[in-house]
Design a binder for this molecule. Structure first.
Ligand code: GAP
Length: 436
């Protein structure tokens, strides 16, 4: 993990937030490559969940909602973790993360930990010029509630009838007691949530199974190693009382299994809760039968920061190879990203940067490919250029050399096999499209 964290900083994937002031716990910034990596992860989710389906509509709700939202949802009363303080070193811990409450894990002092106390994870702010309890509001701890309170607006305006879903990607905030493991547990993060509403016609469990299957396929399609992914079906003790069934998607990180996503059958709990507190009708009116009912909800809620981190960790490999030019043994660090996830898909370089005709030809090829792929022009020592592109996970590199000027061909190097093909530059777009 230390190697990956160092690489993420060195190559511009992820930086600590406000680093020049010493950072702030649980917040991170995505650099030039990291921002594209995360965008690609989000686009891959959106494409699959919204664009390629005709039964899911997109949505984008505000981060701050009416405070009653969080009373109805149960977050004000129950969205808390238990914490303990060490009376000796003053450090604070999440009680359920400690193997025992007998001894402080940091200073080792016996009987120094306080009794566990509740800590609400919602971040607070004030709306308007007054800072009093009447103006108190919360930064949403999940995007889901925006979709529940808008259920009627959405199905009526989009003319949708259950089974149908609402999908949203957006920022959520949780004042985690102990953020950690790089971007795994943070205080500001992005969630991609799907709320799929189904009629109470006996097919709800089949819909749930279908979504578990669809999500399994999605991770596989984007290359996440199957032996590091597991779908853990929750026991009745593990899932909330209203959930009929639930599955956590987990990835084997260097520190152990960590949750990427939760998929749950939530019954009518959420819509019922909002109807009760708001007094507004959020049932679905079925024109055909002239009757109304509260649809059952199947939810899939994935963390985009955790998924981007998974892509990074899963892609990372440090291997010993024979040097491409020298033949001597060397260590190669490579990110084997799926081509759709890789921030740069094609690197293009001239063999020598002091030869204007090579530079011009390489730049021309790069300009031609740019509208179709995520490209990057670079120049310098060839070995170092390949190393750098391997480290940022670029699947294909194109080298323009003297032969290119004579016969119009270029060398295309494959990141994973390091094999080099000679390809006619006029065919590059098709050649790359077939492989990326
Ligand atoms: N609406 C359901 C919901 O929010 P959750 O299991 O609390 O369910 C869903 O959160 C996902 O959001 C998690 O599986 C995780 O990927 C992500 N997530 C939750 N807390 C997070 C945190 N502190 N840092 C990063 N991601 C987080």
């Amino acid at each position: 993990m230390d190697e990956i964290t160092a690489l993420a900083k060195r190559r511009g994937f992820i930086f600590q937030s406000s680093e020049i002031y010493g950072g702030i716990g649980g917040f991170f910034d995505y650099g030039p490559l990291g921002s594209i990596l995360k965008r690609n992860v989000k686009d891959a989710w959106w494409r699959e969940i919204v664009e390629l389906r005709d039964d899911v509509v997109g949505f984008d709700s505000s981060i701050i909602m009416h405070p009653s939202t969080w009373i109805a949802s149960g977050h004000v009363a129950n969205f808390s973790d238990k914490y303990v303080d060490c009376k000796n070193c003053k450090h604070r811990f999440r009680a359920d993360h400690l193997p025992s409450l007998e001894r402080c894990p940091d200073c080792g002092m016996r009987d120094a930990l306080t009794e566990p106390r509740n800590f609400n994870l919602m971040m607070q702010t004030n709306v308007g010029p007054m800072e009093d309890s009447a103006s108190r509001a919360y930064l949403r701890p999940e995007t889901a509630q925006g979709m529940f309170v808008n259920f009627k607006n959405i199905y009526q305006s989009a003319r949708k009838k259950p089974p149908f879903g609402i999908a949203q990607i957006g920022k959520s905030f949780r004042n985690e007691i102990t953020p950690g493991n790089f971007t795994f547990r943070v205080r500001e993060f992005e969630q991609a949530e799907l709320e799929f509403f189904v009629p109470d016609d006996g097919n709800d469990l089949a819909w749930y199974e279908q979504w578990v299957h669809a999500r399994k396929k999605w991770y596989g399609d984007y290359g996440v190693r199957q032996d590091r992914l597991r779908f853990h079906e929750l026991t009745s003790q593990e899932r909330p009382h209203y959930a009929k069934v639930g599955t956590d998607v987990e990835y084997l990180f260097p520190w152990g299994w960590g949750e990427l996503e939760s998929i749950a059958h939530r019954g009518t709990y959420d819509l019922d809760a909002h109807m009760q507190l708001s007094g507004k009708d959020l049932t679905y009116f079925d024109e055909a039968s002239k009757s109304k009912y509260t649809p059952i909800l199947i939810e899939s809620s994935a963390g985009m920061d955790r998924t981007a981190l998974t892509m990074l960790v899963d892609a990372y490999q440090s291997e010993t190879i024979a040097g491409e030019a020298s033949g001597k043994e060397t260590t190669r660090v490579v990110l084997r990203f799926h081509p759709k996830i890789a921030p740069v898909q094609v690197g293009i370089f001239p063999l020598a940067r002091n030869k204007p005709e090579l530079v011009e030809r390489a730049r021309q090829i790069e300009r031609g490919l740019r509208p179709h792929f995520r490209t990057q022009y670079d120049e310098g020592n060839v070995g170092q250029l390949y190393r750098r592109q391997d480290e940022i996970g670029t699947p294909k590199c194109i080298m323009v050399d003297y032969e290119s000027l004579q016969d119009g061909t270029v060398t295309v190097r494959d990141r994973d096999s390091m094999r080099q093909d000679r390809v006619d530059a006029a065919r590059l777009r098709t050649y790359l499209a077939e492989r990326l």
